[in-house]
Structure formats: C-alpha cells, structure tokens
Design a protein around this ligand. Structure first.
Ligand SMILES: [Zn+2]
Length: 321
C-alpha cells in the first residue's frame, strides 16, 4: 500500500530530518558490519547492533540522535540486518545510502507502511503545550495557537474585548451599564472572531486525528487528561483549554472506534513523563524540564517524545496480556 503525503514546510523539514537520521543509522550499522567482516569476525546481530547504537548515542557528540524517535534508527538498523541476511556472507558488498537516494517518503522511508515497525503497530500519543501531539512513531503535530494566523486573531480578540469593556465604563450612567450602538457592533465583531478561532482549532484537531487514524495503527494509547498533571497547573490548564485537548481525546476515541482501532487510556498510576522509555527507571522531573535525562542509563530524550514512547510501551503491555 502506498500513501501520499503532502507535507507542509514544518513536516517536510521533519521528514528530511527523519530520512537523514535513518540514513545515518543505516550507514553506521553497515560500517560496523563491514569492519567486522573485514576483521574476519562473526556477523553482529541486530540486537547487538542496536545495543551498540544506544551506547554510541550516549556519547556527548551524538546526543542529537535523541531528537528523533528511536523507531527511526531501530528500523534503519533492522534494514541493515535484513540486507545482510539476504546477502549472507556478502556483507562487504552492501551499499551505503547516499543523500541523493534516500528521499523521505511517508515518514521513514515508508513507501510500504506495512513493512515498517511503528506503523500498523500501535501509537502512543502525548499531548503537550509546546506541540499539540507527539506520537511515538515520530510524528509531531505543532500547536496551532502558535501559528501567525491564530496569533493575529487572538490579538484582535483581545483588542475587541478591551475596547468593549472601555466603552461600557465610559457610558456608565449612575450604577448601570448602557449598551450603545457602538458596543453592539463591537460585540458582534468579537463573536465573529471567537467563532473563527473555534473553527480553526476544531478543524485542526480533525485534520490531525484523521491523519493518525489513516496510518492504521493497531492501537492508540493516550493519557487521561484529568490525571495528566497538566490540569493541576493553572498556566497549563489554560493551554489545555486553548488547544481543546479534551476535544482531541474525545474525537480520537470515536475515530478509533469507527476504524476498529483499539483505544487505550493510561491511568493515573502510569507515570508516562517520569519513566525512562529506554530502561524503565523512574526519575524526578520538573515541569519546566524540556529534556528528559535518565540518571540510571544516561538516556537524553525530548520530554514529550519520552512520554509518547512510554505510552506506546504501556499499550504494548496491555495488548500482550
Ligand atoms: Zn534510563
């Protein structure tokens, strides 16, 4: 099955990043095998390669690899393994991937989604403030409220609100407020802007959820908003409301239902942001920490990506039991 994706600039940049990282991991793994082969050693297993790659990632110069979902590199290394098995004994003949040849298709060299771990597999989705949704398969959907279009509308909305309250104050007679024709006009304008904002936000949620569902994951895992800790913080609660996160969950849930995708909610005992998605160790983490650093295994991962990976693992464990 082939899926066509028309990405916007941001997605495009992200896809190139994925393709670049996949190519990097592929070439890295191939180099390991080739060196090994030339030294007359036994073939390095897929498992061992990935173990070595994790170690490599933890070296100070290679931390950038953590900005990309683990699945990208995992799949690239698996590809090397498959390639090697296919030409068993001919490891020295594998070709390195050049920048020219590895163009991003859907996601990670994903011309055939069925064959890629991560699609048709489950997806863990972490809802955030900086970005709307961070998916364990590497897709990140930005926060629409940060686009210039929405920002402009929000500014207009605030301006109208201020103007209206000023006019009410000015036309106050005795103790009671008067509604002048000007006020009525401004209030109508305000209502229009407010509706417009609601439409944009709702539309965006539909776009994102549809896109996720179209990837046909076998399950989707999300954290219950009421237990996510975001609602306990006043500043975050506003962001939750502005991004309509509750609406996002509701829509995601029914779209899963329609499409026969299992929808799993991670409950309050699942510390998705405090657990290390690499080793499972629980670390302390401040709300302001954007990067997750594991004190146990040394992993350094984007906070939200870590959370989404954990949600994915949680879903996996639910499915297998
Ligand atoms: Zn760890």
């Amino acid at each position: 099955m082939r899926v066509m994706l028309i990405p916007n600039n941001y997605q495009n940049a992200r896809l190139f990043q994925f393709a670049g990282t996949a190519r990097f991991a592929y070439n890295w793994a191939l180099e390991q095998e080739n060196k090994n082969y030339e030294a007359g050693e036994k073939i390095i297993s897929d498992y061992e390669l990935r173990r070595r790659f994790t170690k490599y990632k933890n070296e100070p110069d290679n931390q950038w690899l953590y900005t990309i979902s683990n699945n990208v590199c995992k799949q690239a290394i698996k590809d090397v393994d498959a390639y090697r098995k296919f030409f068993s004994g001919l490891a020295g003949h594998s070709r390195y991937k050049s920048r020219k040849r590895s163009k991003p298709t859907v996601g990670i060299e994903m011309s055939d989604p069925e064959s890629v771990a991560g699609s048709n597999d489950g997806i863990g989705i972490d809802l955030g403030v900086k970005d709307l949704a961070i998916c364990s398969n590497g897709y990140v959907y930005r926060n629409i409220n940060k686009t210039s279009r929405v920002r402009r509308l929000k500014k207009k909305q605030r301006r109208l609100q201020r103007r209206i309250s000023r006019k009410y104050e000015k036309n106050k007679k005795g103790g009671s407020y008067q509604k002048t024709r000007n006020i009525v006009k401004s209030e109508k304008q305000l209502l229009r802007v407010t509706h417009r904002l609601t439409d944009i936000r709702t539309n965006y949620i539909h776009q994102v959820t549809t896109e996720i569902v179209k990837r046909k994951p076998s399950f989707i895992v999300m954290e219950d908003l009421n237990v996510s800790g975001m609602m306990k913080n006043k500043h975050l609660a506003r962001a939750v409301q502005e991004q309509k996160l509750a609406e996002f969950i509701r829509i995601m849930r029914y779209k899963c239902y329609w499409n026969g995708i299992r929808f799993i909610t991670a409950g309050r005992f699942y510390a998705s942001s405090k657990t290390c998605s690499v080793c499972g160790h629980k670390n302390g983490l401040k709300l302001s920490d954007r990067i997750y650093r594991c004190e146990h295994c040394g992993a350094v991962i984007d906070r939200d990506m870590n959370a989404s990976m954990n949600l994915y693992h949680y879903g996996k464990s639910i499915i297998s039991h």
